[in-house]
Design a protein around this ligand. Sequence first.
Ligand SMILES: NC(=O)c1ccc[n+]([C@@H]2O[C@H](COP(=O)([O-])OP(=O)(O)OC[C@H]3O[C@@H](n4cnc5c(N)ncnc54)[C@H](O)[C@@H]3O)[C@@H](O)[C@H]2O)c1
Length: 334
Amino acid sequence: MLNVALLGAGRIGQVHAQSMTAGGHCTVVAVADVNAEAAQALAARIGAEARSVEAIIADPAIDAVLIATSTDTHSDLITRATAAGKAVLCEKPVDLSLDRALATLAAAEATGRPVMIGFNRRFDPNFAALKAAFDAGEIGDGELLSITSFDPAPPPVDYVKVSGGLFRDMMIHDFDMACWIFGGAPARVTAHGSSLVDPAIGDAGDVDTAAVTMVWEDGRIAVIKNSRRAGYGYDQRLELLGSQGLLSAANVLENTVQKITTAGAVSAKPLHFFLERYMRAYEIEWAAFLKGVTEGTAMPVTLREGVAALACAEAATRSLAQGTTVAITPDMLG
Ligand SMILES: NC(=O)c1ccc[n+]([C@@H]2O[C@H](COP(=O)([O-])OP(=O)(O)OC[C@H]3O[C@@H](n4cnc5c(N)ncnc54)[C@H](O)[C@@H]3O)[C@@H](O)[C@H]2O)c1
């Protein structure tokens, strides 16, 4: 059985702790956080020890770490953990800087240790079923992918200021989704963005409403729509048009009850946010990581793919700033 440790006892770290301790497929030895109280509280809750990051990385008995710390620590922790021989599951994004992410990719690949990036949406049963049907050829060749991804409400402006911007923080999931479904990376990216939801987000130099077009070398197109506000819940939908049909994945609703009267038809709202919508995806993600490490098979989401999503975010950021289409060049993908 693998011995594992959790780095980061914040919001998403606590979610991962649930999957890590369920099922008895690994032993969670330790939890680390610069906030010692948070580490101790979570460690006590799951029957692990609170230790420093340094002590965890130096412990040869720990086989794998899950990195759920703040984004600006990811590159450093991936590099140190893989150098110490550990397998890594790291939350998205790899980094806010593409250059640093590329350096991390080179360093981690040189160690030969497996690294997976936490693009949890790939493990959502609905999106996974859409991808499986597409890969099985059920709608022929993919031509036009449309991704809708709206949060229920914007985050605090203090979060926005350090987030790296909507493209690196939020749309990064959708960039990965498009690259995963179509394969590889687009040839070029065009972004439009506005601050319509909260003027403070605009004042902080970010956008809260955006549309991005990604075009693959052979002409396939993906369109991503993001908003930081959809008052009715977390709106997460996919639509993929192929040469022989259409695949679509609708929102998961709070319940399946539909009321139909002479006034019309009413159903429940979409599940509120990512904790509600993707809890099952986080569990499947962790199980997929453990399986890959235990069986020595390829990671289902690679560090290289994490860098590709960041390259798309970088291109979108530049496109918005320059008002032009930006090419994704091979040097951006490592
Ligand atoms: N995949 C998803 O759905 C998803 C959802 C939320 C957050 N995330 C990502 O997870 C990461 C954490 O986000 P969060 O919302 O949990 O943030 P958070 O602020 O709630 O938690 C981060 C934790 O990391 C700790 N930390 C910071 N630097 C550290 C260091 N050097 N060593 C040890 N601990 C350190 C902080 O004290 C904090 O407890 C971010 O990169 C974010 O993008 C992913």
